[in-house]
Design a binder for this molecule. Structure first.
Ligand code: NAP
Length: 299
């Protein structure tokens, strides 16, 4: 039997105690929503740091030894490592353990979990907290990372309602606002709003990094440049994996962006100021309205 959603999670296993896994553990501990947190860390240094920071109770380097008696297992490693993790834990899960993830892409994760988990796929709840920073590692984790942020769950027809309720309650305990969404819709929306801006930021900084006068360029760059490119300081492996596993939606978003960029290049070349001003106005209005509506919802 899966534990009733309202009781604290008895044993939580977090595979990948970094920014997201560590922040989840901290938030659940603060909320009294978990009794024991075991981290799975590939390096002892990460595990020891997580214990010293009070994020986890203990750690192991091999998830197989602890998932058997877990109430909830959260996979919080880069998406490219999910298949290996799921294959390793699948034979050791008991019939009540709920498995969930925090990966930034969902169709690839659902397909991989379906393939690796067999009968246990019913208790796999795909998830994605829409919160984070450009920093990584357990030292960057904070207990209020998810407060007033969205967490998207993308259950499929096979997902057990009890498992979904438990994971929903887990995230609500962190102060997050939980939404359910179709897998395809998630990947298209996140490609446009998150994956595309990361690729653009990386591309822009990479362009400047190759400039012969890069030292002076970076020295002269103002706040606006660093605001715009903050996300290019994000973990390269994590973003490599996201780009590779959300290929089609990301290519679609990149093509749309490229069309707009080409049109802007043409308008600048042809000195069509009215056209540029109209695009910039439209963009400013859309951004301001998006921010206002977020502020209103929070207040
Ligand atoms: P992170 O801070 O780098 O943490 C990742 C953790 O996974 C680290 O503890 C790392 O161990 C471990 N790890 C890395 N590669 C591994 C592998 N091959 N096998 C086993 N463990 C491995 O990253 P994060 O920002 O928390 O991201 C984790 C997941 O959350 C990703 O799937 C990402 O897509 C998703 N996500 C991220 C954000 C964000 O803004 N950062 C937001 C939403 C969702 P070491 O400590 O030994 O390196």
């Amino acid at each position: 039997m899966i534990a009733a959603a309202e009781t604290p999670i008895r044993r939580l296993v977090i595979i990948g105690v970094g920014l997201i896994g560590g922040s989840l553990a901290r938030a659940l501990r603060d909320a009294g929503a978990v009794q024991e947190v075991i981290g799975v860390a590939r390096s002892a240094a990460t595990g020891e740091k997580a214990i010293a920071l009070g994020v986890i109770d203990r750690f192991v380097d091999d998830p197989r030894s602890v998932v058997e008696d877990a109430s909830v297992v959260v996979i919080a490693t880069p998406v490219g490592s999910f298949a290996g993790v799921l294959e390793a834990i699948a034979p050791h899960l008991n019939a009540a353990t709920v498995v969930t993830d925090v990966g930034s892409v969902k169709q690839y994760v659902v397909d991989t979990a379906r393939r690796c988990l067999g009968a246990n796929f019913r208790r796999f709840v795909p998830g994605h907290p829409i919160a984070g920073t450009e920093r990584s590692g357990v030292q960057a984790s904070v207990s209020d990372l998810f407060r007033d942020r969205h967490v998207v769950l993308t259950p499929v027809a096979a997902t057990e309602p009890m498992a979904l309720r438990l994971v929903t309650h887990m995230w609500e305990s962190t102060g997050a606002d939980v939404l359910e969404m179709d897998v395809t819709e998630h990947d298209l929306l996140l490609a446009a709003t998150s994956h595309l801006p990361h690729v653009i930021a990386y591309a822009l900084v990479h362009c400047l990094a190759r400039h012969p006068d890069r030292g002076r360029l970076f020295e002269l760059a103002a706040g606006g440049f660093y605001d715009f490119t903050r996300i290019a300081s994000s973990d390269p492996i994590m973003w490599r994996d996201i780009c590779l596993t959300n290929k089609e939606p990301l290519l679609q978003a990149l093509n749309t962006f490229q069309t707009q960029l080409d049109a802007m290049v043409e308008a600048i070349g042809e000195q069509r100021g009215e056209q540029l001003e109209s695009w910039f106005k439209e963009a400013k209005l859309a951004r301001d309205a998006g921010l206002d509506s977020k502020r209103d919802k929070r207040n």
